[in-house]
Design a protein around this ligand. Structure first.
Ligand SMILES: [Zn+2]
Length: 410
């Protein structure tokens, strides 16, 4: 079965745009790309899908979400105080049952697919994320979230995690990862144990890091808002001591940077820490609108890109964002940063694939790659170059294909 997708423009990667382009898809894979005239003569085309005044793009890659928080959209009061935000989340979910988690994840999946996301990196706070996402058409890396600041618990927590993960089976669309949550919620011993376990099994790892100034104060001096916050949650062990290091220095010391982890946020980092990240080969997930929601200023994204670090885009959850659209993140950044549109698209596709170790499968429209493709409708009455049209406020995803399956067509 060969399907031909056509549109006014085809961007196979941020450097190559074909006018009146088309993509032939055979089964789950891309079999041919070119102009429609070049490839319409292909024998055995079973179906043509014409997206009209649109641009066909590599499917967008969202490298940081918490889909189980989707139903908290508009139910969390805006705050720049991170620990107050966490208490709101805990309070809002206190009476959630299994069906509430499941419907939240299902809604998140639907919003991702509608907005042209073909691959998502999700944090699994509960086992529901694995079971619900496994059934979904999305390509995904689901990271089991691990939280325990008590150094004495490290080995037991790892064993429990190992037994939970042994019941989940990865497949062509599902990779399983580990997410030690953050340095204020995971002990040094647990980071070390996870690093070793993940390295032996080539399991992807991600962690939240350098998100707030309070996190830096907690790690360097043991003070700030975190000790009281953790005591309220009964999560502050008596035997925990501040390492006296900045967040990236601390991760480096635990050994987990050798796993080339996905570093989520990196809102507050020094030039020295940027060098450490670069040497490690780790990637960074930048969540522009969530960063804005919390009132953080001046994310070092340009410095990270200039240093040659792989930076992809994430939406974070709807508890700190308005949509789960990576196209919306690109539009938001294009209005506030001088990052070029081509770089924004690279971050949303190729860099995302690299951050999730999927770069040999997805992120480009390329012969032999998985057919992960989206189609964005362009403004009706606007000329300008293709990137201005793509990032125009009215452009909208109208088509999503994942591994050759049409998952959404408006
Ligand atoms: Zn997060």
């Amino acid at each position: 079965m060969t399907t031909l997708l056509k549109a006014k423009y085809l961007i196979t990667n941020p450097e190559d745009c074909i006018e009146n382009g088309a993509v032939a898809v055979e089964g789950a894979k891309i079999s041919r790309i070119g102009t429609f005239d070049e490839i319409k003569a292909l024998a055995n085309v079973d179906k043509i899908i014409d997206l009209g005044n649109a641009v066909i793009l590599p499917g967008l890659i969202n490298i940081h979400t918490h889909l189980d928080l989707t139903n908290l959209h508009n139910r969390i009061k805006p705050t720049t105080n991170f620990t107050h935000w966490v208490f709101q989340i805990v309070g809002a979910r206190i009476r959630w049952k299994e069906e509430d988690y499941i419907s939240s994840i299902e809604k998140g999946i639907e919003l991702c697919v509608e907005s042209g996301t073909t691959t998502v990196a999700d944090i699994a706070n509960t086992g529901y994320s694995f079971s619900v996402l496994k059934k979904s058409p999305l390509r995904k890396v689901v990271y089991k979230e691990i939280i325990d600041l008590n150094p004495d618990h490290a080995q037991d927590v790892l064993k429990k995690t190992q037994s939970e993960l042994s019941t989940i089976i990865s497949d062509n669309l599902l990779s399983i990862g580990l997410s030690p949550h953050a340095p204020y919620s995971v002990s040094r011993e647990l980071y070390q144990a996870i690093a070793q376990f993940a390295a032996e099994r080539e399991t992807p790892v991600c962690t939240h890091i350098a998100e707030t100034r309070d996190e830096i104060e907690f790690l360097t001096k043991g003070t700030g808002s975190f000790p009281a916050f953790l005591k309220q949650l009964r999560a502050m062990p008596d035997n925990w001591h501040a390492p006296g290091l900045t967040p990236i220095q601390y991760l480096n010391e635990t050994g987990i940077l050798r796993n080339r982890p996905l570093l989520i946020h990196c809102n507050y980092i020094t030039d020295e820490e940027i060098s450490i990240i670069k040497s490690s080969g780790a990637s960074v997930a930048f969540c522009p609108r969530s960063h804005h929601f919390f009132g953080h200023l001046n994310h070092p994204v340009q410095k990270l890109l200039d240093a040659g670090i792989n930076v992809g885009l994430g939406t974070d959850s709807l508890a700190s964002n308005d949509t789960l659209s990576i196209l919306d993140e690109m539009k938001f950044l294009s209005l506030r940063h001088s990052i070029s549109p081509k770089t924004l698209l690279t971050m949303a596709t190729i860099n995302g694939a690299k951050a999730l170790e999927l770069e040999s499968k997805t992120g480009h429209i390329k012969e032999g790659f998985e057919a992960d493709i989206c189609g964005v409708k362009l403004p009706d009455v606007y000329g300008g170059n293709i990137y201005s049209q793509l990032l125009d406020t009215v452009s909208k995803n109208i088509f999503t294909m994942i591994a050759g399956n049409v998952c959404y067509h408006a």
